[in-house]
Design a protein around this ligand. Sequence first.
Ligand code: GDD
Ligand code: MN
Length: 363
Amino acid sequence: MISVIIPIYKEAENISAISTEVNSVLSNAGFKHEIIPVDDNSQDGTKKICASLIKSLPLRLIVRKKKKGLSYSVIEGIENAVYDIIIVMDADFSHPPSALPKMIDAILKNKADFIIGSRYVKGGVIDENWGVFRRINSKIATLITKPLTKVKDPMSGFFCFYKKNMPDKKILSPIGYKICLEIMVKGNFLRIKEIPIRFTNRTKGTSKLGLKEQINFILHLIKLYLFSYPKYAQFILFAAVGATGFVLDFLIYMGLQKLFGINHIVARGLSFWAAASSNWALNRNITFSARQKSLKLKQWIFFLITSSFGFSVNFGTYYFLTKYIYFFKKYLLTAFIIGIFAGLFINFILSASFVFKKIDANK
Ligand code: GDD
Ligand code: MN
């Protein structure tokens, strides 16, 4: 028994045809099923169309009052599904309904725990009218996703699995479009199988994939890397944030002097606070976004204290090396860099342990 989830936004031109086609493919293959379009309140007549489709199809429309995007629509649809096998697919015929029986069969015969309708395995095809830009874009996106999954087409939005294997909602936090990737990376699927499909470009309506979704994709990837490689990714991000802080620190230090004629000692003192505050905000929202959201003021003060401590270690290392070790008297810059790393390391340890605390699993 199959629940087909179709996220839709302004698909009034497609919803009737896709539902009818999915229904006939599944009926012919002898599957009991339901079709759940999840609409982000398109206001384009979708409601009316679905109201009349209900008369002849096992269809249940979910309309969300507030638009929360493709991925959360899919999650809501899956939550509402009553059958045990889930299929997710697009409304615009990019994902051929004719592939459904094969995908379901692979799940039923226990050939895998997660099935993807794939463009990039042998036999998979992309329609010629899919633009060059989209192709290159898709290839690059696939490439930078490699460390997260071995799948050939992780960008697909056409997939099938048992509802009981859906990862806990609490650990899901997709940003943007790639819900398949999110479920695949966070779920416990040991065997993932790709079934070749012919991916066709939509003929009706327009794609919603814009620049905003590209940025969302990068933010989503950062989150998934943090999930899969928590230690390394966190440290690298923390260092990257530190580097932005360094630039900001320098710009403000120079700016205050050149633009406002402020004394260099005062400028040095002021710029540190601004840079450290920016580091704090970035770490709170990116590096440690999955940690406890402690009270802002308290956390900010804590961060400034640990940053000052980190800076003392940085400065102390530099001072010690250049004062007592002959080698570094000649190579000041080397001492400078070692100091930065020592400070960074201490800062990271303190931040990760005391400022951005882990969420208590027992609460
Ligand atoms: N509920 C809801 N909310 N649905 C949405 C939203 C939204 O904000 N945005 C898009 N959708 C629906 C569309 O109506 C369509 O049914 C499906 O999600 C995919 O949207 P498209 O705009 O057609 O996406 P695409 O063609 O750019 O992307 C497709 O190709 C990718 C592979 O390159 C999708 O299949 C992706 O899932 C796939 O990863
Ligand atoms: Mn599409």
